[in-house]
Write a protein that binds this ligand. Sequence first.
Ligand SMILES: [Zn+2]
Length: 111
Amino acid sequence: MKKENYFRKLQKLIWIDIGIFTVVYIIGTIILEIFNIPINSIWAWLILGGIPIFLVISVYTKLMKFPYECQSCQKVFNIKFRDMFTLHAGDSRRLKCPYCHKTTWAKIKID
Ligand SMILES: [Zn+2]
């Protein structure tokens, strides 16, 4: 498979993750409502807390495969967990380079 297609597929999988998450989350809250489960019960925590954690882990394992290129020193690196929540637009992400320690709009590097 071509590298570009591989990353397209990964991106698509991330959107599928978010889609499944939204559906499961809504169903979860409906179940909580129907069975009248109190908000401080273990089931409520599993649904309201556990499902988002699954989403974050699932998205991160895909996101960490994308190589980002520093706009300052052109070195390529992978994102860390905390970088998931930084500003991003298209294939650019606000990242601190582990080599030159400058914060730039690093771009996904696919060649
Ligand atoms: Zn750099």
